[in-house]
Design a protein. Sequence first.
Length: 484
Amino acid sequence: MSEHPAPIPQGESSAARAQWPASADPPRSASERARLWSLIQERIKKQLGLQRYGIWFGRTELTKVEDSMLVVGVPNVVVQQYLNHRYKATVRRSAEQLLGRAVEVGFEVEPRLFREMRAERKDQAPSRPVRRQEACLPSSGASCSGLSRAAPQGFEELVVTPSNRFPFNVARDIAQGAKPHSCFLLVLGGHGSGKTALLQATHRGALESGVARRAECVMAEHWCNDFYHAVQDGKTWPFRHHYRNCDMLLVDGVEFLQGKPAAQDELLYTVKTLLSGGGRLVLSSAVHPEDLQEAKASFKTLLSGAFWVQLVVPPPSECEELARGIARAHGLKAADEVFRYLAEKHSSSLQELSGVICSLAGYAALHGRARADMALVREALGATSRARRRPPAVGEIRKVIVGLFPVTETELTGKSRRRSVNRARQIGMYLAHELTGASLSEIGRSFGGRTHSTVKHAIDRVHGQLEADPETEDLVKRCREKLQ
């Protein structure tokens, strides 16, 4: 707990400071507590946005107020764990700004809120669609929920480059081998490296080879939402029965479980149950396990026990052949110079390359062109560029920063702590987070191996300066304009 109350944010009116007199006694009645909590919630809402606020604070109340302690009532243990782990500091900071003194915050399950939530869900039940884990699924069924609705590609349809041949072979081994080298595989790779396609091919391969009678392939977000709904509805047994009775479970994007300790524990026990029963596991993550900053030690230990493979975006020299393979799948014929151009200009991610070729194939077919040349490529990409604009790569952002600030790229990615370098670096990391979709760990590595927490600090600092410092706002605006 901080020794001094948090300062009022710069730019906030003095009226906001006076909303709750510092000399007032702690609220005792329910109406006083409700008013205080309403003022605190307004501050929380501004920091988190309406969506996150509505999910986690929509059904909460202030149940107890003492001189230096606030207790917030929540409807169930899942919300309690998540708020305590993720947003405790946010609530404490908002309360301290309002009250003008240091306080501590705690969360406890309030039975009345739990009963109200259950009653509301029962009233809504007839109109709510039945979720998968509540349905009677055949024991030989296969599901690939939360992923592409199109028919997933098999191993024979994937275009394999030398850079990714080893991950491909390991995935095929666990999907088709009677005695695989490992029954627990972790696929690592950045955004657009092909993790989802490899998991879908593994899922399909396991079913076609007969290795698995029941294989479940699911996005981590979908799995996590199913788990939270099951806990809130008191239906954890059907959920666990469904996922723990598979022959093979594939979960895509487990970095989503950061900051969700209850979900991490559930997946941990699910994995242990499946492995002890002879099942096979494939997980994927865009974040290296050592960089999962909000993961429990037990969850990191679980991931350390897997067989790790690394997917990478192939270099341009390999992307030319990759572009040919994707074009064949779309029935597109093109000149050699077209594939060289696509490999050079659109190889920052496999998703980007595939999307460009898909647009090109569609444009050629609609205009009755049997073969694509460079004139058609320029025409097609020009016609579709407004609907599909490629986000900048982190490397492009670094170049823009170097062009606008008195720093070199060596200083930007090096150890210099000079004020001008530090400011340029922080703005660069902020823009990378805003524009690229890269994880904090990926951004940190692109700026000289900075840690997850360093990147987060930079983002928070620049975000705060944008509202209070016109110069910072202008610099960020000029960077954005250069990147358009």
